[in-house]
Structure formats: structure tokens, C-alpha cells
Ligand binder design. Structure first.
Ligand code: PLP
Length: 428
């Protein structure tokens, strides 16, 4: 085994350091495998119940009327998420689009949107109009309010109660921390939050941004009262095989509103050709529980390697996981560049390129990104990025297989080791 890793450029010291760390992770990996096994059965049962057939995998064009494969895939998602309905389309271009669709379809002028978990993901700032933007919800007379989390990351129940007004129509809850340093929430915590909001105002709609959270646990936010659960197919539920798309699972009424907003009033879900995308969408969903498990193992492996080397990790090496993102605070731009170089060098695509920091629009500092993905921008594939500014943290996620995630992390360590930026003897 050491030889094959050596042929990839990973030296004996780095490989053995990894094996030592891995020896302590067997029980956690077993628990992750058990979750994947449970979720695999859930997906399989939904496919069987809905009689997925060869005819479901064929392409449709034009209007896409009577698209059996598209309608069946939506029924499969709805059954897996235990919702009345689902909208799963390649025409939903990304996660931000799915979230914008869910919000704009279910809010009306004069309504207020509430985030009880602090600031939303960066790209939603323009959707909502927190940062003024053409076409934002604010331009349509929809106001926004937020209740920040408590300093420890907990829900501020009193602030949330106070923020719910007669105009509050929809509550948006982001499960994953995204690129913030707050904790990600478990499905159980999200359930408590939804129950609380609905106890204050029973006719509220609750939407959960489930990006990076799918299949991490045995339940989803839709199991604990969410009216809409929303995500991207180039993250967990696409299993790396969906070429594009997004999903919204929820109540019949909410999903119908989304379909009419995606296409047109009167048309709704009846139109939308699948354009030959269904095989990857079905097969990716089928593989998603095990792909997610591999990414989770990678995140835990990274946290345990880097924490032992003295770098702060969020979540830390031992804490439970509610999404697949791992933040590692490396403390210098030089280390961030070496880390990302390693992730890139381990990729199946573009492994020969060197990631360099660049001034990305919308950020106040340069950003570095490592990604060598089969699907552009896919972050269920092994990837890492971060803004070049204190505390110099990289955000790491994905890996279509556990072995590839492992290789990427070892390669990141290799690049740091070669440059004398880590001390492997530190804890011996
Ligand atoms: C990735 C992500 C989004 C946006 O998804 P895109 O596909 O990048 O538009 C929204 N919210 C969270 C928490 C995410 O991780």
C-alpha cells in the first residue's frame, strides 16, 4: 500500500502519520457506514415503490409533457424526504437558484422573511436584498429580519419570538454553517426551532437550506416539520453524477407555488423537458448515501490529522457531524496555498494546475480555490477554498469516494510537509 501511495507522491512519513490517525477512527467510520446503509435502503425502497423503469431514463425534449422519468424522480425524492411533493429539475441551475425560487414563489409583497439563525449564505444576500440587487425580494416589497445566534452558537429564543411579527410569513433556516464559523445544526435542533417558530405563529412557513446536509443523518429537515427542504444536485444528493440541478421537497401547496414560479402560472410541473439528464440524476441519488459517507469520513480524517498537528478545526476532531464541510485554521497564507495545492494535485481532473489566490468579486480579500472536478463547481467532489485573510482558514469538502478524500488529505499534508510548514513529530 505504501508503494502505491508513494507512486502518487505521498512519502512514507506522511502515509504512516495518516495510518496512525486512522487507527483511532474505526468506530466513527462504522457509525457512518451504518447511516449510509440505512439511507441506501431508504432510497432503494423509494425507487421500488415508484416503479422506476427503463422508460424513466429516456430523454424528453420540447415542452416535456408526460415526462414519466421526470415525474417519477420527483415522486422518489418526495418519498425519501417524506413530503407530499418534490420539484427536482435540471432547469434549477444551482442551490442559490433553488432557494431563490422557494422564497420568491412563497412570499408576496408586504410579507416579511425571518432568518432565526443569523446571516444567511453569501449568495442569498443579493436574493433577499440585504445587499441591494436588481430583482431582489426587497424590490418586490418583501422585508427581511434576522435574529442572531447566541455567542455560543445556540438559538436566541427570546430574540426569535420578538422578531416574529404579524407580517412574518416565512422562516429560513440554514442547516450548514457555510463559510461562517458557527456550528451546523442537527436535524433535531432544526426540529426544535421549527416547532418553536410555529408555536409563536402557527401559519408560518419554514424553509430549510439543506445544502451539504443530505444523508448525513437518517432523517432530513422534512421529517421534523419543514414545509420546504431545499438543496443543490451538485452537492450531496446528486452523488457526483447529476450534471446540474436543484431540488425542493415539501408540502403540495409550497411545491406547486415553486413549479409555477419556475415555469409559469398554469403550466407548473407539467412542462420542463429532462434533456437527457435523468440517468445521472437517478444514479447519483442512488449513490448519494455512500458518496456522502465517504465525504464525511474525509472531513473527520482531516480534522483528526490537522488538530493533532496543532491547527484549530471546526467541527473539531471529536464532535458529531451535521454536514460535510471541514474548516481548518492554518494560520498563514503560505500554508493555505500548500494545502490547496495538495488537494488540486490529488484530483482526477486538472491535477497539473496550481491554484493561486485571486480577487473574487464580492470578497474583500483574495480567495484561493482547489477543485479538479468532473462537474464544474461540484463540491461533492473533493474541493477546498478560503479567503486569504486571518485566521487563514481553508474550507474542505467532498470526495466521491473515501479513498479519494483520503488521498487528497494526505497530499495536502505532503505539500505542507515538503515545505517545512508542519511538524509530524509534534505529538509523538
Ligand atoms: C452551496 C450553498 C448554497 C448555494 O449553492 P450554489 O449551488 O453554490 O448556488 C447555499 N447555501 C449553502 C449553505 C450552501 O452550502
Amino acid at each position: 500500500m505504501r508503494d502505491i501511495y508513494e507512486s502518487l507522491g505521498i512519502c512514507r512519513e506522511v502515509y504512516e502519520y495518516g495510518e496512525q490517525v486512522l487507527a483511532g477512527l474505526r468506530d466513527r467510520f462504522d457509525a457512518i457506514d451504518a447511516t449510509a446503509e440505512y439511507n441506501q435502503a431508504k432510497v432503494l425502497a423509494a425507487m421500488q415503490k415508484n416503479r422506476v423503469s427503463g422508460a424513466c431514463l429516456t430523454a424528453s425534449t420540447g415542452y416535456g409533457y408526460n415526462d414519466l422519468g421526470r415525474d417519477t424522480l420527483e415522486a422518489v425524492y418526495a418519498d425519501c424526504f417524506h413530503t407530499q411533493a418534490a420539484l427536482v429539475r435540471p432547469q434549477i441551475t444551482c442551490g442559490t437558484h433553488a432557494l431563490a425560487l422557494a422564497l420568491s414563489a412563497n412570499l408576496r409583497p408586504g410579507d416579511e422573511l425571518l432568518s432565526p439563525v443569523g446571516a444567511p449564505y453569501d449568495t442569498l444576500e443579493e436574493v433577499i436584498g440585504i445587499r441591494p440587487s436588481l430583482g431582489s425580494l426587497a424590490e418586490y416589497g418583501i422585508t427581511y429580519r434576522q435574529a442572531d445566534l447566541l455567542p455560543g452558537g445556540g438559538f436566541d429564543w427570546e430574540a426569535i419570538r420578538a422578531a416574529i411579527t404579524p407580517r412574518t410569513r416565512l422562516v429560513t433556516i440554514q442547516r450548514s454553517k457555510g463559510y461562517a464559523t458557527r456550528p451546523s445544526f442537527s436535524v433535531e435542533e432544526i426540529g426544535e426551532l421549527i416547532a418553536f417558530c410555529k408555536s409563536v405563529k402557527p401559519d408560518l412557513l419554514c424553509m430549510v437550506d439543506n445544502c451539504y446536509g443530505e444523508f448525513v443523518q437518517r432523517t432530513e429537515p422534512s421529517d421534523v416539520g419543514a414545509d420546504m427542504t431545499v438543496g443543490s444536485l451538485i452537492k450531496n444528493p446528486g452523488g457526483g453524477l447529476a450534471a446540474a440541478g436543484g431540488y425542493i421537497c415539501g408540502t403540495a401547496e409550497c411545491v406547486e407555488a415553486c413549479a409555477r414560479r419556475l415555469t409559469a402560472p398554469g403550466l407548473g410541473r407539467e412542462v420542463g423537458a429532462n434533456l437527457g439528464q435523468l440517468p445521472g440524476m437517478y444514479q447519483g441519488f442512488f449513490l448519494a448515501p455512500t458518496v456522502t459517507a465517504g465525504a464525511l469520513k474525509g472531513a473527520i480524517f482531516a480534522a483528526n490529522i490537522y488538530e493533532r498537528l496543532g491547527f484549530a478545526c471546526v467541527p473539531n476532531a471529536r464532535s458529531p457531524r451535521h454536514d460535510i464541510i471541514q474548516a481548518v485554521t492554518l494560520g498563514s497564507a503560505e500554508r493555505m496555498e500548500a494545502f490547496c495545492l495538495g488537494i488540486q494535485a490529488a484530483a482526477p481532473v486538472d491535477s497539473h494546475v496550481t491554484p493561486v489566490p485571486w480577487p473574487m468579486p464580492g470578497y474583500d480579500s483574495d480567495v484561493i480555490m482547489a477543485a479538479g472536478a468532473f462537474v464544474q463547481g461540484s463540491s461533492i467532489e473533493l474541493s477546498a477554498d478560503g479567503p486569504i485573510r486571518p485566521p487563514y482558514a481553508v474550507y474542505f469538502q467532498g470526495g466521491l469516494t473515501w479513498y479519494h478524500a483520503k488521498t487528497g488529505i494526505l497530499m495536502s499534508l505532503q505539500k505542507l510537509y515538503e515545505r517545512g510548514l508542519v511538524d509530524l513529530k509534534r505529538n509523538e
